[in-house]
Design a protein around this ligand. Structure first.
Ligand SMILES: Nc1ncnc2c1ncn2[C@@H]1O[C@H](COP(=O)(O)OP(=O)(O)O)[C@@H](O)[C@H]1O
Ligand SMILES: [Mg+2]
Length: 271
């Protein structure tokens, strides 16, 4: 089985200072696999994801290997990687506003990746057919009144609705791998649970692979099969969720698991 994403010995260094941001990280995701990347803030989770998409800022240099859809990302010019983005992998960010243009109606923004996909597939899409697909996609992410949402501006809908729109845009290109970087962190707890359920069912229905990034172990454990634990740029532990929970090998993972159990007990105590 060819991995959709195969990161091997990835080391990231900050140019000016020579500071190591990531050290020898390896991680592979096959078709339909769901993998969680977990670690405290600043541990290098987002950089790992950004590097995988070939979106590192010029100040950060990379060594090792990143194969995305079988193509080497490190050292490949941006225009050659653009075709892989959306097709092989698409991104959902923590703060949906970063993915949305404040000055464009939602419908226009969702239409853009749909048209890109249609051109890619040699079936250009416009007019009413495009409008229908925009609404259908908004329905798939369970947005109420999709026609109304399509004519709204980002500030006119809620944070949870904006994240659903961002997910719809990522799905528009029918990627084989969805990379979700703390997709629920900016949302309130109830909305967080709804978005998590939505992502989980969308990924399963479409047999998409998922790289789910979070600092929150209980959240990740709900949607993935396998975990990679990052601490200060080093992958200190990797394995199936059940094993990591029942027998964590690294001190840092043990602390994360203990905190998750303590949280559960606190919830039970207040129930
Ligand atoms: N563009 C950048 N320039 C310099 N340092 C960065 C940049 N992006 C991230 N870093 C540093 O790299 C480390 C890892 O960051 P990040 O991957 O964003 O962490 P996480 O997503 O786990 O919270 C942090 O110490 C952060 O300050
Ligand atoms: Mg991050």
């Amino acid at each position: 089985m060819t991995a959709l994403l195969a990161i091997d010995g990835l080391t990231l260094t900050l140019g000016s200072s020579g500071r190591r941001l990531l050290s020898d990280v390896s991680l592979a995701i096959g078709p339909g696999e769901r993998v969680g990347l977990i670690g405290e803030s600043g541990s290098g989770k987002s950089l790992t994801a950004i590097a995988a998409m070939g979106l590192l800022p010029p100040a950060i240099s990379a060594s090792g290997s990143i194969l995305l859809g079988g193509r080497q990302v490190i050292g490949t010019p941006d225009h050659q990687l653009a075709a892989l983005r959306g097709t092989v992998a698409a991104f959902v960010f923590q703060e949906p506003l970063t993915a949305l243009d404040p000055l464009l109606r939602i419908g226009r923004q969702v239409a853009e990746p749909l048209q890109r996909r249609a051109r890619r597939d040699g079936e250009p899409l416009a007019g009413h057919a495009l409008d229908r697909q925009v609404v259908a996609l908004l329905e798939q992410v369970a947005l109420p009144y999709p026609e109304q949402i399509a004519t709204s501006y980002p500030h006119e809908i809620s944070g949870g609705q904006r994240q659903r729109v961002a997910i719809a845009m990522a799905l528009a290109c029918r990627p084989q791998l969805l990379i979700a970087d703390e997709p629920t962190t900016a949302l309130d707890v109830t909305t967080q649970a709804e978005i998590l359920t939505l992502l989980d069912s969308l990924v399963r229905e479409r047999n998409m692979a998922l790289l789910f990034i979070s600092h929150d172990l209980p959240v990740v454990a709900k949607v993935v099969d396998r975990l990679v634990v990052l601490q200060q740029g080093v992958a200190v532990e990797a394995g199936p969720v059940a094993r990591v929970f029942s027998a964590p090998e690294h001190d840092y993972t043990r602390a994360l698991v203990a905190a998750a159990h303590a949280f559960d007990r606190a919830l039970e105590g207040t129930a």
